[in-house]
Design a protein around this ligand. Sequence first.
Ligand code: CUA
Length: 336
Amino acid sequence: MARPRRRRTGGLPALAGVALATALTGCAGEASLLDPAGPAARRVSGLWWVMFWISMVVFVVVLGFLVVTLARSRARSETVDRRPVKWGEPFIVAAGVIIPAVVLIGLFLLSLRDTSELSGPSADEGTPVTVEVVAKDWWWEVTYPESGAVTANEIHIPAGEPVRVRLLSTDVIHSFWVPRLQVKKDNLTDRVNELWLEADEPGRYRGQCAEFCGLQHANMLFYVIAEPRSRFDQWLEDQAEPAVATESAGRDVFLSSACSGCHTVRGTSADAQVGPDLTHLASRSTIAAGILANDRANLALFVTDPQGVKPGAIMPPTELTGEELTALLDYLESLD
Ligand code: CUA
C-alpha cells in the first residue's frame, strides 16, 4: 500500500519570517527603544536585552529537548519501551518548577529595581526645569510654568539634565512616549502623572501618543529637542516673550478671521485656548502635531484644508481670498 505523502508547507518558517521582519522594522527607525539616548531608556533597553537572552536560552534548550525526543521516538517507534524512566520525576520538578521559578523571580526582582530607578533621578540636581504637557485631541500643549512660555508639539530641554514633566489631558486618555528617552506614561484628565526626561546629548527625539485616542491617534506626534544649557535658556527666554507688535495686513486677517477664535498670539487680542498657542509658531520645526514640516506651502495647506490633512481635527477650513492668504502666511512666518 502506498504511504500517504508527507505534506510540505512553508507555513511555520514563513510565519516566523514575517514575525521577525515585523519585529525588526517595528524597532528600527527614529524612535527606537533599542537605541537609547538617556539614562532611563538605557535601563529599559538593558532589561529588554536581559529578558531577550534569557528567553533565547530557554527557547534553545526546550527546542533541543524536543528535537532529541522526536529523534529518539522515531528511532524506536517499533519497540515502545513503557518502563518508567528513573530520573523522570526529579527532572520534571527541576526543569518544570524550580528553574522557571528561579528565572521568573529573578526577572521580577530585576524589573522592580529598574521600575524604582525610573521613577526619578538618583542624585539631587538642584531645581530642575519643569514642563507641563497637556494632551488634547490630537496635539500637545507644552507650558513652562516658571517662565510662562507656551508652545506646542515641541519640548525643549537642556541636555544632560533631568527635566520634570507633568502630564495631563483635557479630553480622553493619551499616553506620552519618547522611546529613546523614557518609558511611556498616560496623560489623564483627573490626575497629574509625572515622569523625568533626560537626554545625554543634544539632539531631536521623536515622541508619539501611545494610547489609542481617536481618529488622529497615529498622527499625534511631538519632538523633544535637547540643547546645550545656554541655548535652552535663550530659547526659553524668547518663547516667554510676546509676539512682535508690528501692525500688518496679515495680522489684521488673523485677528478678524476664524483664527483668533481658537488660537492665542500673546501680545495681541487673540487669546483663545482651543488650538495651539501660535505666539512663536515660526520657531517650530513642524506643524499639525509633528506631521508636516513648518514651511509656507504646508502652512497654506493646513490653513485652507485642515480636514484634508487631519480628518476629524477640530480646526475648520479658513475661507480666504488669495490676497488675504498671502498676507496671513506672511504674518504666521513672522511669528518667530
Ligand atoms: Cu493621543 Cu493617541
